[in-house]
Design a protein around this ligand. Structure first.
Ligand code: G3I
Length: 457
């Protein structure tokens, strides 16, 4: 089915497949065991937060868990560019303020997310380029950071600016095309507007030592050496059925540059290892003294953007899952880290998300949703496995004559005009039966008008 609808957002899926966490050393003594995530994290000097949605704050089960368990909040969508500046120069903070006030009234830290990102830009910004876009972007940073001045613990100043794959370079985007210095310009503007907020760079698929995380590392090192203001790096940690074996080492190498590190969007595909992986992430953060806190990307499974993957700590009814208990136990262990348990995945053998290993050749399907404007578009493609798990996929999208792909994310394209082929990247090729993932691309001209093809294997 072809879905044609106006929408401003592009979804980024990421799931590291992987490896076990290595051992570390004891850092913090154990206090009396706490019975909630936030209280337990606080005993180690850290926060434990959740991404929350303004539209769910009327749900008593949701807010009950939120106020009981968490001592930090991140707005899932409400402080993004499309939400805060829907038309140029007209700022709307109603929903962002609701999240802020919810957090502050509960004594929680508030993480601001996100000042600049290639996705979820308002339509007017998507159609700008060059100095007009740069000026608008920096004005956006200044206005939003000023509105929230003194109230935000840490801002994701720039989100997801590095490319997937092995280049270690920047992602192409309208912002990147304004000049390579757009990131430091954003950080400087944020510092000027709110000198007390910690300023973070945030990205996904940077959870282990790899080309992308090394690209970010090199940028942070460069910023520190030149005095560009940066205080923290966020590791989203949208994980699949494994965790990179060098997860903790990766956090530590950034911390060693003199920045805080934070786990900013943690969720883990439900599978045999979900509870272990959550525990491993928690232990890794506790083992790195500059890891200041963990945020999970939603509260109940039914609140998650990863529909059908049940990746969170509470089930649809708000009950604590095994993963919750493993996180609480890890927090209550008081800042120690342990060798991987025998049931953790081994460093050399990524494990599949289901008990049935993915088989090549299973069927898949794809749908597209479009956000179009005069002269350009962003397409979000949902890839769904059929009745059997799949190990890799290729999606074919036919563009109208005169249209061209300018950049893609969470997939690699071959060709840019006519029928363009998109191949999965390393972290989103394995899909369980019926499971889905998304990738996206931006283009000039008109978007596709026919249903994409999907081939598995
Ligand atoms: O609010 C509208 C609603 O009015 C409309 O009826 C509905 C129909 O599609 O859409 C609603 O907006 C959706 C919005 O979430 C709120 O639910 C958007 O379509 C949808 O695209 C948007 O998805 C968000 C996604 O970012 C957009 O890229 C997810 O909630 C949010 O969890 C996700 O978060 C990102 C982080 O910001 C950055 N890192 C990756 C992470 C996961 O993709």
């Amino acid at each position: 089915m072809l879905l044609l609808k106006k929408r401003r957002s592009v979804l980024l899926a990421s799931a590291a497949v992987g490896l076990a966490v290595t051992a570390g050393v004891a850092l913090v003594g154990t206090a009396e065991a706490a019975s909630t995530l936030g209280a337990s994290a606080a005993q180690t000097g850290r926060y434990f937060g959740a991404a929350i949605a303004a539209g769910r704050l009327g749900d008593a089960t949701y807010t009950g868990i939120l106020t009981r368990e968490f001592n930090a909040v991140t707005p899932e969508n409400e402080m993004k560019w499309d939400a805060t500046e829907p038309s140029q120069g007209r700022f709307t903070f109603t929903n962002g303020d609701r999240i802020l006030n919810q957090g502050l009234s509960n004594g929680s830290k508030v993480r601001g997310h996100a000042l600049l990102w290639h996705a979820q830009q308002p339509g007017w910004a998507q159609s700008l380029s060059g100095s007009a876009l740069r000026t608008a972007a920096i004005n956006h940073v200044t206005q939003v950071a000023t509105h929230y001045k003194g109230k935000i613990y840490a801002w994701d100043v720039v989100n997801e600016a590095f490319a997937d794959g092995g280049s270690g370079g920047r992602r192409d985007s309208n912002l990147q095309r304004t000049g390579n210095d757009w990131i430091e310009a954003a950080f400087k503007a944020a510092r000027a507007a709110d000198p007390n907020a910690k300023l973070c760079y945030n990205d996904y698929n940077t959870d282990g030592v790899n080309a992308k995380s090394t690209g970010v590392y090199n940028m942070v090192r460069d910023f520190k050496s030149r005095g560009v203001p940066i205080d923290c790096v966020g590791f989203q940690s949208h994980l699949g059925t494994g965790i990179p074996g060098d997860y903790q080492a990766n956090l530590q190498r950034f911390a060693d540059l003199g920045v805080d590190v934070q786990i900013t969007e943690l969720d883990v595909a439900q599978g045999g290892n979900q509870a272990n992986i959550y525990a491993s992430v928690t232990k890794a953060c506790l083992a790195v003294s500059r890891c200041t806190g963990i945020t999970v990307w939603g509260i109940r499974d039914s609140d998650s953007w990863r529909t059908g993957e049940n990746p969170l700590l509470f089930d649809n009814s708000g009950n604590k899952k095994a993963a919750y208990t493993s996180v609480l136990n890890a927090l209550n262990a008081g800042g120690t880290t342990n060798p991987p348990s025998p049931s953790s995945p081994s460093p050399s053998s990524p494990s599949p998300s289901t008990s049935t290993p993915p088989q090549p050749g299973g069927a898949c399907s794809a749908t597209v949703s479009l956000n179009s404007w005069n002269g350009g578009f962003v397409a979000t493609i949902k890839v769904t496995a059929g009745a059997a798990p799949i190990n890799g996929w290729t999606v074919g999208v036919t563009l109208p004559s005169g249209s061209a792909v300018t950049n893609a994310w969470s997939a690699t394209n071959t060709g840019s005009t006519g029928t363009v082929s998109f191949r999965n990247v390393s972290y989103n090729g394995q899909l369980g039966a019926g499971a889905g993932t998304e990738f996206g691309f931006q283009g000039t001209g008109a978007g596709p008008t026919t249903t994409p093809t999907c081939a598995a294997g």
